[in-house]
Design a protein around this ligand. Structure first.
Ligand code: C2E
Ligand code: MG
Ligand code: MG
Length: 387
């Protein structure tokens, strides 16, 4: 056998690795044919016949356990070794649920093989790693979220947004709350991210919209002639769904509302794909919906694209307001407010907690303020009282 780190030549009849060997690397069979067998005493059982393009020896590398089978060349073979690190790095960065599924399947396969080769009568108990239990907790939480959605247990709260110059509540941002029966309140940062990992965010978003429309219908009675708006967070995954806008508009109309009362908040990470965001904004505007850029100034601010994206509103991330007492931060806030005004956008300062911050923002010409000073996310009844 001729071995280098890039190529292994195995002459016909030779053994590449034996059952029970410690794993070194996996292999990609480039040419030739290899028989994989498992041995028990004098009996040998063929598990597979591999040809060019097949992967072998990966299992032992994945779970770092001895080889479960013997690989013998039936003809002259050329293989490419695959370093265990190449798998390990990908496995570490994979979704923990996918990792747990893979490792549990390997463990089950090993157990079945052990029974087949007579090494064990009973199925081998599959040891549960902490990694697997994290993954299962996540799956469990996701199922609970599905159940909560199904039972209508997600609560949509409304955080007031103040029109600074006119001292009145102009609208609200819809923020979703979930109280888990055992864990108590789960932060949206956690459950929205969980829902975004699968398509669960789509029905969650539809549910939130339905609640928001119901709220707008009730709020309308208290602000005849001066309607409030509700801003709704939409995530990238929701916007992948081409039918989303049509469905949104249908819901809005079914509630007898005007699309301009609804504002979609798109988070900044998505603006990276500006062609897609541009087409979403165009479609929203054609339908009369308004669009806000959420968390402006965090991470992905790309001023090179911003001038092409006709957002109606910029929402300045709360990090800026929090540090506005520092002269350099204040300079940035001033510049962002000026930029928004020059672009013809409204600007919402997020996370306003003190009267000093509110006063300064007013002086800078900021349109709206949102934060605990104005009000925490409220129930619908509390929101009605406020308007
Ligand atoms: P966001 O859209 O930037 O929402 C603002 C967050 O800041 C909210 O956190 C709000 O409670 C919090 N906040 C508001 N005022 C203050 C303040 O004065 N001080 C401080 N420290 N925090 C303040 P929340 O409710 O935990 O939501 C976190 C994120 O989860 C939201 O960030 C939004 O991106 C996402 N989210 C919430 N509900 C939904 C939803 O229904 N759908 C989607 N797609 N995302 C949602
Ligand atoms: Mg938001
Ligand atoms: Mg925000």
């Amino acid at each position: 056998m001729n071995v280098s780190s890039f190529r292994v030549d195995v002459p016909a009849g030779s053994v590449l690795f034996k059952q029970g060997d410690e794993p070194t690397s996996a292999f990609l069979l480039e040419s030739g044919s290899i028989e994989v067998t498992t041995e028990h005493g004098s009996t040998s059982r063929r598990l597979g016949l591999l040809g060019p393009g097949d992967l072998l020896g990966e299992m032992a590398v994945l779970d770092d356990s001895p080889r479960t089978a013997t690989a013998r060349a039936l003809s002259d073979c050329v293989l490419m070794p695959i370093d265990r690190k190449q798998f390990a790095e990908r496995l570490t960065s994979a979704d923990p649920v996918v990792r747990a599924l893979l490792l549990s399947q390997i463990a089950r396969y090993r157990s079945a093989l052990a029974q087949l080769s007579g090494q064990s009568d009973a199925p081998v108990a599959v040891a549960r790693s902490s990694d697997a239990s994290i993954a299962l907790d996540k799956i469990r939480l996701e199922s609970h979220l599905r159940e909560a959605l199904d039972k209508g247990e997600l609560e949509v709260r409304l955080q007031p947004i103040l029109d600074i110059a006119n001292h009145r509540i102009a609208g609200f941002e819809a923020l979703t709350r979930w109280t888990h029966p055992e864990r108590g309140p789960v932060s949206p940062a956690e459950f929205i991210a969980l829902a975004e990992e699968t398509s669960l965010i789509v029905p969650v978003g539809d549910y939130v919209l339905d609640q928001v429309c119901g709220a707008l219908q009730r709020l309308r009675k208290y602000r005849e002639g001066d309607p409030v708006f509700v801003a709704l967070n939409v995530s990238g995954r929701q916007l992948d769904d081409d039918a989303l806008l049509d469905r949104f508009l249908q819901t809005v109309r079914a509630h007898g509302l005007h699309p301009a009362q609804l504002k979609l908040e798109i988070t900044e990470s998505l603006v990276l794909d500006y062609v897609r965001v541009d087409s979403i904004i165009t479609r929203c505007h054609a339908a009369g919906l308004r669009v806000a850029l959420d968390d402006f100034g965090t991470g992905y601010s790309n001023l090179g694209h911003l001038h092409r994206l006709e957002f109606d509103t910029l929402k300045m991330d709360q990090g800026f307001v929090r540090q506005m007492h520092e002269p350099r931060c204040l300079a940035i806030v001033r510049a962002v407010v000026t930029m928004a005004n020059s672009l013809g956008c409204d600007i919402v300062a997020e996370g306003v907690e003190t009267p000093a911050q509110l006063q300064m923002l007013g002086e800078l010409g900021c349109t709206y303020a949102q934060g605990y000073l104005i009000g925490k996310p409220l129930s619908l009844d509390e929101a009605i009282e406020l308007v």
